[in-house]
Design a protein around this ligand. Structure first.
Ligand code: RB5
Length: 143
């Protein structure tokens, strides 16, 4: 299960992502919002809360740049959020960082690229091994 959310600056991209997930038959929880204006920290907290509770394994957060969402998400325990604007970062943040939240900016990436980034993020598995030790070192900082 994937939790998804946007602020007003990326509601259109959120809907495109949801259509894409529908096409791929990937289940998701829509945490909104279609309200405008809206505050990205509220939505990031909601989406990451679904991961913390175990209702979702991964999250997708979109805002104007993806940055506000990622800054908020990374304050939350157990969350490793990465802003990706191309596929290379999407691949390696899964392989090496075990990122569990993908952030993108509607004002940064086009629709086609956003779908490719999403596809790579969702289909790439964490490599583990030496990377697991490093990810554990990040998570130690939460204590
Ligand atoms: C909203 O104008 C914008 O600040 C927000 O979507 C995001 O880009 C923040 O990081």
């Amino acid at each position: 299960m994937i939790a998804i959310g946007s602020d007003h600056a990326a509601a259109a991209l959120r809907h495109i992502v949801m259509e894409y997930l529908d096409e791929k038959k990937i289940p998701y929880i829509d945490c909104g919002t279609d309200e405008s204006p809206s505050d990205y920290p509220v939505i990031a907290k909601e989406v990451c809360g679904k991961i913390q509770s175990g209702e979702a394994e991964m999250g997708i957060l979109v805002c104007g740049t993806g940055i506000g969402m990622s800054l908020t998400a990374n304050k939350m325990k157990g969350i490793r959020a990465a802003v990706c604007s191309e596929t290379y970062s999407a691949k390696y943040t899964r392989l090496h960082n075990d990122a569990n939240v993908l952030c993108m900016g509607e004002r940064v990436v086009g629709t086609g690229l956003a779908k490719e980034i999403l596809d790579v993020f969702l289909t790439t598995q964490f490599e583990g091994g030496r990377h697991a030790r490093r990810v554990n070192m990040i998570m130690e900082l939460e204590k």
